[in-house]
Design a protein around this ligand. Structure first.
Ligand code: AFP
Length: 289
């Protein structure tokens, strides 16, 4: 099943076809490189390699005017006229959860296709999604029409579920950061949720969010006492994941508002990130607001 917008379809196909290569390329690239990414995080060899691979391919797509990555300080202007009104901007987290490489746990590739120059609000997204490197490689693609899930084999994608929606009854939760570093109001909310749902936290946003999309519940990486701006990046993680979950009938929040309505200042802005069933996010906002 293809996406109706031909440029978005090209982006999605480029990522899905690269995913098989990325998964294979993780072998032998599990070490870290000198230096840090623009957010100050340690980089795995695979982070840099996946970014170079995806950057070259996505920047070459007609209709893409900008490429930006969690691993690069600056935006890459692509094509003849990057500022062309018809041009989309593609933001990518090439390898989300790369610290899971060492422990051989789930990881992902996250993408967002913005109909605006970066840094952009999440409500300018026309498509977003992720590849999940789990026991099998799957891909979730959200557009303004629907959310679909695919299995990826041999560079091709096979639809496994159309119109993916968050299950009405929440089952799982996962919260990042350390408990002593959670603000008191979030700790109060977390204590309630812990008594109601099952803990599922794997250390990679994509793996944890995919559990919420599959079983219902909530994932959060809250504002911390030591880091009130949160850990996760708005352009590369918050907006794309917020878009997917909202398109699937759930909600996203930075603690006070939908992630998709946050006005960005900088390309690598961080944000508190909460996604999941409506009533769980409503309860979060009423507790921490
Ligand atoms: P890495 O890409 O450095 O592994 O970070 C993964 C991540 O950005 C996101 O995927 C996780 O939800 C979150 O960080 C995990 O953070 P903690 O290591 O603090 O639990």
């Amino acid at each position: 099943m293809t996406v109706s917008d031909p440029v978005v379809e090209d982006v999605v196909t480029t990522i899905s076809r690269s995913a098989t290569e990325i998964r294979q390329g993780l072998i032998g690239r599990r070490g870290t490189v000198e230096g840090e990414n623009p957010s100050g995080d340690t980089q795995a060899e695979a982070d840099v390699w996946a970014d170079e691979l995806l950057g070259d391919r996505i920047a070459g797509i007609d209709g893409v005017g900008q490429y930006a990555s969690e691993e690069r300080a600056d935006i890459v202007d692509c094509g003849d006229d990057p500022a062309a009104s018809a041009a989309y901007a593609v933001a990518v987290d090439p390898l989300d959860g790369s610290s899971n490489l060492k422990s051989n746990n789930t990881m992902g590739t996250i993408f967002g296709v913005y109909d605006a120059a970066l840094p952009a609000r999440g409500d300018t997204l026309v498509a977003a999604g992720y590849v999940l490197y789990g026991p099998i490689t799957t891909m979730v693609i959200a557009t303004d029409d629907t959310v679909s899930e695919y299995e990826l084999t041999g560079g091709e994608r096979t639809i496994v579920e159309r119109d993916v929606t968050l299950p009405a009854e929440p089952v799982v939760y996962g919260f990042g950061g350390r408990v002593p570093d959670w603000p008191a109001d979030f700790r109060e909310y977390a204590r309630e949720i812990e008594r109601e749902l099952k803990l599922r936290y794997g250390g990679a946003l994509i793996g944890d969010v995919n559990q919420v999309l599959t079983y219902g519940g909530t994932f959060g990486y809250p504002a911390l006492e030591s880091r009130p701006e949160g850990k996760l990046r708005l352009q590369f993680e918050g907006n794309p994941i917020g878009y997917v979950v909202e398109q699937a009938g759930g909600r996203s929040s930075n603690g006070t508002q939908s992630l998709l309505t946050v006005d960005p200042d900088e390309l690598h802005d961080r944000t508190p990130l909460h996604v999941g069933n409506d009533d769980l996010i409503d309860r979060l906002e009423s507790t921490v607001a």
